[in-house]
Design a protein around this ligand. Structure first.
Ligand SMILES: [Zn+2]
Ligand SMILES: [Zn+2]
Length: 389
């Protein structure tokens, strides 16, 4: 059955978003000015900020929306309870919107379509949403989960209890009515405001600021700076290209606390089946994006690059492709033999491990030469462009 489409302003959402913002910039500083702030209030704010923020990125996003790993019930339940306390709707509705975002990114059916402007993608879509509340067709799997459905039915009650009543009560136990007011304003209102805008930035800034190393098919971008404020969700270009991977910051040095939390939970047996896109597929995407960028630059300025440089570039590219295919082939063979588990498997696997390591070394070497060739080409192109200007 098609759901009715509401095109008017969403009063409750709009009042809540503007109300929490107003209080954060008026009542919160007034409270701190009058009563000061102690370590308890700061710790409560930080703990609830991390618990509710991670419940969105780890729970709502990577677990429930993308099924990029599996989690035992304590992880699912706490993600749902603290996720509700971030006041971003029930997991079922959030995932429905988010799956539509990925499916129709940058187009009309994308709920937070950046092409409709920065404000719309950031928060306007919540205040003036013209989409149905829930698209039941894209959340059939989640509707089978009793915990998800329990949270969906009791969302408002859980959100108020954990988002407002809990920090107020803890504040009261610490320092009477003054502590209660502080808990409500700082760990309730201001914390909700902070988590809201952290999440909203992923839909707005992460679709207009940063690099596109894996794909230019959509507006999503990678930004180290955004990753710092979004529990690692700032590697949004990677995420849109490889949404089933539990990591967003795929490189070892990428700041992705959500990825680390999932990995740590896996080590203590609370998450399993962590999905990773094979490294060779990620490398292929990166290589073809670099090649495309160079070709676009050459065509844009109608440049003629020297034949020797063209040859250097082509040779480096061919070597990388060859090493990549070789490495991939050995890994495939390894997986097949590891599955068979026959008597001679152990010796064969050891032999293949050595070959994989050798192929990986050759690939790294080829990648370095290819990067040098890229640099040479870009340098040459810059010189040609400035000579022609
Ligand atoms: Zn996503
Ligand atoms: Zn996105």
């Amino acid at each position: 059955m098609t759901q009715p489409v509401a095109r008017t302003i969403r009063l409750t959402n709009s009042l809540f978003l503007t109300g929490t913002a107003l209080l954060t910039f008026t009542a919160v500083p007034a409270y701190i000015w009058t009563f000061g702030i102690d370590w308890f209030q700061i710790s409560l704010f930080v703990s609830l900020f991390i618990a509710t923020g991670l419940s969105i990125t780890l729970g709502y996003h990577r677990l429930f929306s993308h099924l990029s790993f599996k989690a035992s019930w304590p992880v699912r339940l706490s993600s749902l309870v603290f996720g509700a306390a971030s006041f971003e709707n029930s997991a079922l509705c959030w995932c429905s919107d988010h799956r539509n975002h990925h499916k129709h990114v940058d187009h009309d059916k994308d709920p937070y379509n950046i092409k409709k402007g920065f404000f719309h993608a950031h928060m306007g879509w919540i205040m003036f949403k013209d989409q149905p509340e829930l698209d039941p067709d894209n959340t059939k799997d989640l509707a089978q989960d009793p915990l998800v459905m329990w949270q969906h039915r009791n969302y408002v009650m859980i959100a108020i209890a954990v988002g407002f009543a809990l920090p107020t009560l803890l504040g009261f136990l610490w320092n009477g009515w003054i502590g209660a007011l502080g808990g409500f304003l700082i760990s309730g209102v201001a914390r909700i405001f902070a988590v809201h805008h952290m999440t909203f930035c992923i839909n707005s800034l992460c679709h207009c600021v940063g690099r596109q190393p894996y794909s230019t098919k959509c507006s999503a971008r990678d930004s180290d700076l955004m990753a710092l404020f979004t529990f690692g969700e700032g590697y949004h270009n990677f995420h849109h290209e490889f949404q089933s991977d539990y990591r967003n910051g795929v490189k070892a040095w990428h700041f992705d606390p959500t990825k680390w939390a999932i990995w740590l939970l896996n080590k203590i047996g609370l998450t399993h089946d962590l999905r990773r896109i094979p490294e060779e597929r990620i490398l292929r995407a990166e290589i073809s994006e670099h090649q495309r960028a160079i070709t676009t630059r050459i065509n844009k300025h109608s440049l003629e690059i020297p034949e020797s440089l063209q040859q250097l570039w082509q040779t480096a590219h061919d070597r990388v492709q060859e090493s990549l295919a070789n490495w991939e082939e050995h890994k495939k063979q390894y997986a097949i033999i590891a599955k068979r588990q026959v008597a001679e498997s152990g010796r064969k696997l050891e032999e293949l491990r050595a070959r994989i390591s050798d192929a990986n070394f050759q690939l790294q070497w080829a990648m370095q030469e290819w990067r040098n060739a890229q640099r040479e080409i870009h340098l040459q192109l810059s010189q040609l462009v400035s000579a022609g200007a």
